[in-house]
Design a protein around this ligand. Structure first.
Ligand code: DGT
Ligand code: CA
Ligand code: CA
Ligand code: ZN
Length: 590
């Protein structure tokens, strides 16, 4: 990640917060707060400046400058490290939530024993903050909103990509056993939630014992929690729990439905079963037995061996796992109007990616192009950072040189390389370079990389202004959140989505597992409004291209169809959209 002024500012804000938490002198605290504000608002990139040049900036004194230099050269500030060691872990984490200052954090810690974001979430849900002295209903409201924008926390839940890697590894091993007919993962992982509480593995086998034993004996396992006949639970070395159920092949589909969940979805379809005079459980969909029937009469299984059978017997279209959240999908499936959601195979290109032309890209342009081509993509946009991202951004000359490199590669590769840029949305909504220069690109992403803590109206207006630009084709990671680490900036997503429709600008589903931005819920709002999406990897390395699957799953969770996704269009269709945005009188991209 780039070291930006914003990043430096965060270090000072943290110092100020930690000093407050330690009850330090208000004057000293204020000095660091002022330094944080000055750094955040500095018109130039600090990395290029000497300590002397820094002190010329209003609000930065000699000792602040010294610490900035320390940070930029070593990546750490010793004083900050010392402070971190002295304050109860977790309390500071709370202060990362906008609207929650050090005083409130201490209050929550001392009065309610809250020291993690998750605990705060639970306390809010339980209403325990109400009546707390010094904490009004307005603050409570703000906290709730900030937590909502932050996404699920990572303390005891793991990011979906980590869980996929573990679950794949375990399933591969189990699949090799001769007894195993089928094996897969279920639960929140199969629904592709952003974070995963535990892994739910499901296998079909006639004899469960050797399958259970194989999991217990796996070297990935740290300890065994349950060693039953139907279920084994273990804690993996990585700290995450894995549950394995083994069922007979005739129950496979019913078990898969049951253990995929969500619980709310299961309840909804079980109600449907009951209305049809059936019962649904993990072993199948059954006819309800007549109480007068002979005790030895065998129960009748209506469906069970495949998921499709179970849904069909319930009078439902088969529901893709990411949609199973009781968000209207059962009603839609009953009426035959489930969306044909976008799949990985529908993506024809990737419209956000980096090469080592920008400082944070890890692979060469050619390696990235070759990897995108090897994935079967028809086009790939290289959107290296533009110049306003001072550390990693490319100057005009860099961009021209890169353009020559692209042309040379294009002679040798069939995949279309789109000459692109990731522009920085300035505080007033302006972007890098100038109109003429921007129109020389084929495709531009515009993203917010600085000044996250602006008020909602300002932040929204800034993005709306950028959307008006004829060369801005998509807003990258529109809310700026990092899952479990920082909330997105406060924006009016519905206003952004409406402006996307009006201006012909797309909104991105950034597929990086730490972003997934837009989230599934936001995608749903974009889809309902008719906004065009992109699903892009934002790859900084060859391996990152594989993240597209998480973007697709997130789009599925928001009910997106290929028709609503810009990079499901073939190249000429994509270029038509780009040229329509440019309007007449501007260079056309061909
Ligand atoms: P997670 O693990 O918190 O990320 O979320 P899930 O959805 O994987 O939940 P988990 O592991 O507790 O349970 C796996 C599935 O089992 C869940 O999605 C639905 C199903 N299930 C069916 N009935 C119940 C129930 O009564 N309680 C729970 N906990 N799960 C149930
Ligand atoms: Ca689970
Ligand atoms: Ca579980
Ligand atoms: Zn990017």
């Amino acid at each position: 990640m780039a070291w930006t002024n914003e990043d430096v500012a965060r270090q000072f804000a943290e110092i100020a917060a930690l000093l407050t938490l330690r009850g330090e002198d208000a004057f000293r605290v204020r000095a660091y707060e002022r330094a944080a504000a000055a750094v955040g608002a500095a018109p130039r990139d600090l990395a290029g400046l000497s300590a002397d040049e820094m002190t010329a900036i209003k609000g930065i004194g000699a000792s602040t400058a010294k610490r900035i230099v320390e940070y930029l050269t070593t990546g750490r500030i010793a004083m900050l490290e010392d402070l971190r060691a002295q304050v109860p872990a977790g309390v500071l984490e709370l202060t990362r939530i906008p609207g929650l200052g050090p005083k409130t954090a201490l209050l929550l810690h001392d009065q309610l024993g809250i020291s993690t974001v998750e605990e705060l979430r639970a306390a809010l849900d339980a209403g325990s903050l109400r009546g707390l002295k010094g904490l009004g209903a307005k603050t409570e409201d703000n906290l709730r909103q900030s937590l909502g924008r932050m996404g699920a926390k990572d303390t005891d839940r793991v990011p979906v990509a980590d869980a996929v890697a573990l679950a794949d590894e375990l399933c591969d091993r189990l699949a090799r056993l001769p007894q195993v007919r089928r094996v897969t993962w279920a639960g929140s992982l199969r629904r592709m939630r952003e974070t995963i509480g535990d892994l739910d593995l499901l296998a079909a086998a006639d004899d469960p014992a050797p399958v259970m034993a194989a999991l217990r004996d796996a070297d990935l396992v740290d300890r065994i929690l349950v060693a039953g006949e139907k279920k084994t639970s273990v804690v993996l070395r990585r700290g995450i729990q894995a549950d394995l159920r083994v069922v007979e092949p005739d129950a496979w589909g019913a078990a898969l439905v049951y253990f995929t969940g969500s619980k709310a979805h299961n309840i909804r379809i079980r109600e449907r079963a009951v209305r049809k005079g059936l019962t649904l459980n993990e072993y199948g969909l059954w006819e309800v037995q007549d109480p007068d029937a002979a005790a030895e009469a065998a129960p009748v299984r209506v469906a069970g061996s495949t998921e499709a059978d179970v849904y069909a017997a319930l009078g439902l279209q088969p529901v893709p796992a990411p949609l199973r959240e009781d968000a209207g999908e059962v009603e839609a499936a009953a009426e035959g109007r489930l969306p044909a959601v976008v799949t990985l195979a529908d993506l024809r290109g990737d419209l956000h990616g980096h090469s080592d032309w920008s400082g944070d890209g890890k692979a060469s342009l050619e390696d990235m192009v070759a990897a995108a081509a090897a994935r079967g993509l028809e086009y790939w946009a290289v959107t290296d950072h533009a110049e306003d991202l001072t550390i990693n951004g490319l100057t005009r000359d860099d961009m021209r040189a890169r353009r020559r490199a692209i042309a040379e590669l294009q002679d040798r590769y069939a995949i279309r390389i789109l000459d692109g840029a990731e522009l920085n949305i300035g505080v007033g909504g302006g972007v890098d370079y100038d109109l003429d220069f921007l129109l020389d690109f084929d495709f531009c992403v515009a993203s917010v990389h600085t000044l996250f803590n602006r008020p909602r109206e300002e932040q929204t207006a800034r993005i709306l202004a950028a959307m008006e630009h004829p060369a801005v084709n998509v807003i990258g990671h529109p809310t700026g959140r990092k899952i479990g680490r920082r909330p997105g900036y406060d924006i009016d997503v519905d206003a952004v989505v409406a402006a996307a429709v009006r201006t012909g600008t797309a909104v991105e589903v950034n597929a990086s597992p730490q972003r997934l931005d837009l989230s599934g819920d936001h995608v749903r709002r974009a889809v309902d409004a008719g906004a065009l999406l992109t699903i892009s990897s934002d790859a900084h390395s060859v391996g990152d291209l594989a993240s597209l699957r998480y973007g697709v799953a997130t789009a599925q969770r928001g009910w997106a169809t290929p028709g609503g996704v810009l990079n499901c269009l073939p190249l000429d269709g994509l270029l038509e959209v780009v040229n329509a945005k440019r309007g007449p009188g501007h260079r056309r991209v061909t």
